[in-house]
Ligand binder design. Sequence first.
Ligand code: ADP
Length: 573
Amino acid sequence: MIADPKVLILEDNDSDADLLIRELKKSGLKFFPKIVQNRSAYENALKEFDPDIILSDYSLPSFDAVTAFKIKQHLLPLIPFIIVSGFIGEENAVELINSGVTDYVSKNKLVTLSIKVNKALNDAAILKEKLITDEKAIIQAAALLIANEELVFQNKEKEKRAADLILLTENLKVQQIELQHANLQLIKQEEKVVLINEELSKLNQELEDRVASRTKALAESENRFRNMMETIPQIAWTNTVKGEIQFFNQRWYDYTGLSIGQTQIGGFNIVVHPDDQKNILKQFGLIRKSKNGGEFQTRVKRADGLYRWHLIRLMPIKNDVGQLQLWAGTATDIQELRLLQQQKDDFISIASHELKTPITSLKASLQLLYKIKDTSSPIMPNLIIQANKSLEKVNLLIEDLLNASKANEGQLQITPKQFFLHEVIRDCCNYLIDEGEYIINIKGDKEIQVYADAVRIEQVVLNFVTNAIKYAPHSKEIDINIEHFSGMTKISVIDKGAGIPQENLRFLFDRYYRVDHGGSKYTGLGLGLYICSEIIKKHNGKIGVDSELGKGSSFWFTLPISNLSLDQIRQIA
Ligand code: ADP
């Protein structure tokens, strides 16, 4: 039972309320009473007094027990509600109890009040107890449910983890197999590596042996090379690819009187004639660029201070695969040779000059003799014609000699005028074309004009043509092409003769140079092409030859085109 319960009494009649309290106290019940007489006091008391039981009159002036019961049910549904009233009738009482009112006590039979109050309080306590127990049971059941769910969840997790573990184990097995496989492979590869290593070390050994023997061979060949350089009578040296001097033979030190130290500091520069310095730099540069070697002449100072002419030759030394390794150079003393050359030039110049006059008078005499020829002797006219032809040949030779001397001294005279190139070339070839022995095809632009020495240009063309006839006697057809390109004209004389070996080509325009054709099949002085090149140089043109053995040669020269108007030509003329 509830100890010291709070009893709310809804009664508008004070004496009835006192009676109720007295009646309850009489039964020995200890309690806290609170009397309310209207609806608002009743509602406040429900909230603030918080009663354990309510005793209510059935009807009040502005309120009634049925409404009071409904309000209580809404706010405090478990609190017992007993109606204490006068007579309300058996039926009403039953209905009230059916609708939930705890009990009914008649004011006339108050002796039952304490029993019913005690019972109601007891029932309420039991009901409360039950409710609390039920609630606890529900909470426990809920907790059990949650715990169960948790267990189910944990179980599922465990199952999942077990499945994962199985999967992992299977994966591990697969990986283990793969690892074993890889391990096997590694072992095989290791075996291969061991084999390769063995081969490599063998190869290395072989290479080392080869390098050692090659180095030895190189050292030996270098020694031989240096020894050879020491044995030749010329100055000799070697240059690196970049042009630095590596070695000079003893002849250098003997000739120049320089020490090794002086040579290292100054090299060639100290001994080359000051006037030749620029030229040798240019020549060395050109030769190194060409990569094929080359030569030029310069004056080199002897130990006694005298300068002597030397022929400098540079040859590229290449390895087996054609790569340039170094340059080998020689300087040959040509002082005497140059003197002899000079004397020869002087002699030729004087002789040809001196010969010119008697030849001219000889020619005049022959002409006279031809006019007054003695017809009694039938061979006389033929002899005179023959003598005239020979004289013409001698005359041409002397002309060549004189021209060469002039060219050598830089005195070749050029008298330029404006003319049509095709016309001049055709005219000079006419007599050959007329003879009918050779077919000469002159092709190309007939309108090209040049401002040049027509006689000299004619001389060049004739030289090319007569050479073609002389050196390609079996080919009866000669082509002369006149082309033009970017302000220049190119005249080529093409034969289908034996051609000229490549190694001879670069010397063809040198003085007295002749290609060895085997025996004295072709006579000549080797001056024609030299004179031609000097003539073309004087005209700011270029001269050259393209030739192929067995196919023929093409000798060519170029001249600047000068297409002046007729007025301009007249002005020049
Ligand atoms: P020359 O005819 O008096 O020997 P050139 O200076 O005219 O002198 O010619 C030089 C050399 O060039 C000749 O000796 C000859 O070997 C060669 N040569 C010139 N023209 C031809 C040619 N068309 N075919 C082959 N060789 C030629």
